[in-house]
Design a protein. Structure first.
Length: 218
C-alpha cells in the first residue's frame, strides 16, 4: 500500500500540469538579419514599417555600423534642393545670435514706445477729467431743467385745453391729443414772435443813446 502511494506521488510530480491562462508566445522571425547580429530590414518587403525605410534609416545604420552596414555614404548627402530646404529651416528655427538680439531689442523698443504712448494718453485724460466731470454735470442739470420746463408747459397746456374744451373730454382720446398739438403749435408761434419782438427792441434801443448824443452836440 505504501509503495503504491509513493509511486503515485512520483507519477503526479513528474506530470506536466498546465497553468491556468497560459499561452504559447509567438516570436516573429526577423525580416532580415546578418550573421554578425546587425539588423538590416528589407525595404522591398511590405512588412517593413515606413520608419525603417528611406535615407533617414540608412543614415542611422551607417552611423551605427559604419561601412559594415553596406550603405553608400555618398547617397546620404542631401541634393541641392534638400540642402536649400535645410538651410531655410535652420534660418527660420535657428537664427543667428545677432539676429535674435536685434529682434529682442526691436521688440523691447516697440513695447517701450507703446507704454509711453499709453501713459501719455492716460495723463492727458486725467488732466481733462475735472472739466469732463463739470461738463457732464452741467449737461445733466440743463437736461433736467429742460425736462421740468417741458413737463410744466405740458401740464399748463393740458389744463388750458381741458378748460377750453371741457373736462368731460378724455385727454387720452385722439381728438383731444390733436387739439393739444394745435395749442402747442400756437404756443410755440407766440413764443417765437415774442423772441423776435424782444430782439427787435434790443436792436432798436441800441442806436438811441448815440442819436441822443449827436442831437445834444448839435
Amino acid at each position: 500500500m505504501a509503495v503504491s502511494m509513493t509511486s503515485l506521488c512520483r507519477s503526479w510530480l513528474s506530470a506536466v500540469v498546465p497553468v491556468a491562462g497560459s499561452m504559447s508566445r509567438y516570436h516573429a522571425r526577423p525580416l532580415r538579419r546578418k550573421l554578425d547580429g546587425m539588423y538590416v530590414p528589407d525595404p522591398q518587403d511590405e512588412r517593413t514599417p515606413e520608419w525603417q525605410r528611406g535615407p533617414r534609416w540608412e543614415a542611422k545604420l551607417f552611423g551605427r555600423y559604419g561601412a559594415a552596414s553596406g550603405v553608400n555614404p555618398a547617397q546620404l548627402w542631401p541634393d541641392p534642393a534638400r540642402l536649400r530646404e535645410i538651410r531655410e529651416e535652420e534660418e527660420t528655427w535657428y537664427p543667428p545670435l545677432a539676429d535674435m538680439q536685434a529682434r529682442i531689442r526691436q521688440r523691447e523698443e516697440e513695447e517701450r514706445r507703446s507704454r509711453l504712448a499709453r501713459e501719455k494718453l492716460i495723463a492727458a485724460n486725467m488732466a481733462q477729467m475735472p472739466k469732463m466731470i463739470e461738463d457732464w454735470r452741467r449737461e445733466k442739470q440743463e437736461q433736467q431743467e429742460k425736462q421740468r420746463v417741458e413737463a410744466a408747459r405740458r401740464e399748463r397746456l393740458l389744463a388750458l385745453a381741458q378748460e377750453r374744451f371741457g373736462y368731460n373730454m378724455d385727454h387720452r382720446s385722439i381728438k383731444f391729443q390733436e387739439l393739444l398739438k394745435e395749442m402747442e403749435k400756437e404756443e410755440k408761434k407766440k413764443e417765437k414772435l415774442a423772441k423776435k419782438k424782444l430782439r427787435a427792441e434790443k436792436l432798436g434801443a441800441g442806436p438811441g443813446p448815440a442819436q441822443a448824443t449827436e442831437s445834444s452836440l448839435a
